[in-house]
Ligand binder design. Structure first.
Ligand code: SAM
Length: 250
C-alpha cells in the first residue's frame, strides 16, 4: 500500500513551507487539496506540477473512498488544506480516519499552524491549553459555549472570522469578565502581523475604536480561569466551618 502524507503549508508567508514538504509534494502521485485553484498557485510558486484533486467539506466522504482505493493500489498521496495544518479546523478527518483504519501508513509533514504560532508568542501560559476552533456564529450558542469554558484553568484558543471578532469579544467580556488577560494575534507571518495583549474589556474597546483590527485573519487567546482571592477566602472559611462541624460530630 501507499503512504498518505498530511502536509502543512504556510499560513501566509511562503517561506514557511519546509524542504521536506516541497519534496513530498513533488514526489507523490496526487495531492488532495481543499481548494485546487488556491493550491495550484502555491504549487506553481514552487514549480511543482503534481496533479491536484479537490477534497473539501462537501465532497470529502466520496473523495476519501476514491483516495483510499489509490492508496490501496500502492500510490503515495498528499493531503493539504488552504493554509496551515490539514484537519485543524480544516477538511481531512474522514480520509485520515479511514486510511488508519485500513492499516495505511499516515505520515505527518509538520509545519505552520496558526494556533501554535499565536500561542508561542502570546505571553500566556503555553504548557497546557484548550483549542476550541471556531465558536458558534450566533450569540446565544456562542455564550453557552463560553460559559462551558469559563472555569477552565488552561489558556483558551479560538479561531475567529474578522466580521465576528467584535461580537465575540463582547460575549467573552460578558462571560469571562473585564479583566481576563487576552491576546489578539492577527495576520501572523504576513506584512501586517499584529499582536495585542490586553484585558478583555480593553481589548474589546481597542478593536471597536480601530477598525483596522477588525480585518484579516486572527487567533484569539484568553488566559485561563484563576480563582481570585475572594473565592479562596470563602473556600478556607468553608473548610474551617466544616472542620468545626466535624469536631462537633465526633
Ligand atoms: N489549518 C489552519 C491552521 O493550521 O492554522 C487553520 C484553518 S482555519 C479554516 C482558518 C483560521 O485560522 C482563520 O479564520 C484564522 O482564525 C486562523 N488563521 C489562519 N491563518 C492565520 C494567520 N496568518 N494569522 C492569524 N490567524 C490565522
Amino acid at each position: 500500500t501507499g503512504t498518505l502524507y498530511v502536509v502543512a503549508t504556510p499560513i501566509g508567508n511562503l517561506e514557511d513551507i519546509s524542504a521536506r514538504a516541497l519534496r513530498v509534494l513533488r514526489e507523490v502521485s496526487l495531492i488532495a487539496a481543499e481548494d485546487t485553484r488556491h493550491s495550484r498557485k502555491l504549487l506553481a510558486h514552487f514549480a511543482i506540477d503534481t496533479p491536484l484533486m479537490a477534497c473539501h467539506e462537501h465532497n470529502e466522504r466520496a473523495t476519501s473512498a476514491h483516495l483510499l482505493e489509490r492508496l490501496q493500489q500502492g500510490q503515495d498521496l498528499a493531503l493539504i488544506s488552504d493554509a496551515g495544518t490539514p484537519l485543524i479546523s480544516d477538511p481531512g478527518y474522514p480520509l485520515v480516519q479511514q486510511a488508519r483504519a485500513a492499516g495505511i501508513a499516515v505520515v505527518p509533514i509538520p509545519g505552520a499552524c496558526a494556533l501554535i504560532a499565536a500561542l508561542s508568542v502570546s505571553g500566556l501560559p503555553a504548557d497546557g491549553f484548550i483549542f476550541d476552533g471556531f465558536l458558534p456564529s450566533k450569540t446565544t450558542a456562542r455564550r453557552a459555549r463560553l460559559e462551558q469554558l469559563a472555569r477552565q484553568s488552561q489558556t483558551l484558543i479560538f479561531y475567529e472570522a474578522p466580521h465576528r471578532l467584535l461580537a465575540c469579544l463582547t460575549d467573552m467580556t460578558e462571560v469571562f469578565g473585564d479583566d481576563r488577560p487576552a491576546v489578539l494575534a492577527r495576520e501572523l507571518t504576513k506584512t501586517f502581523e499584529t499582536l495585542i495583549s490586553a484585558p478583555l474589556a480593553r481589548l474589546q474597546r481597542q478593536v471597536t475604536e480601530n477598525t483596522q483590527q477588525q480585518r484579516g485573519e486572527c487567533v484569539l487567546l484568553v488566559g485561563g480561569f484563576k480563582e481570585d482571592s475572594a473565592d479562596k477566602a470563602l473556600g478556607s472559611e468553608a473548610l474551617h466551618l466544616l472542620d468545626l462541624l466535624l469536631q462537633e460530630l465526633s
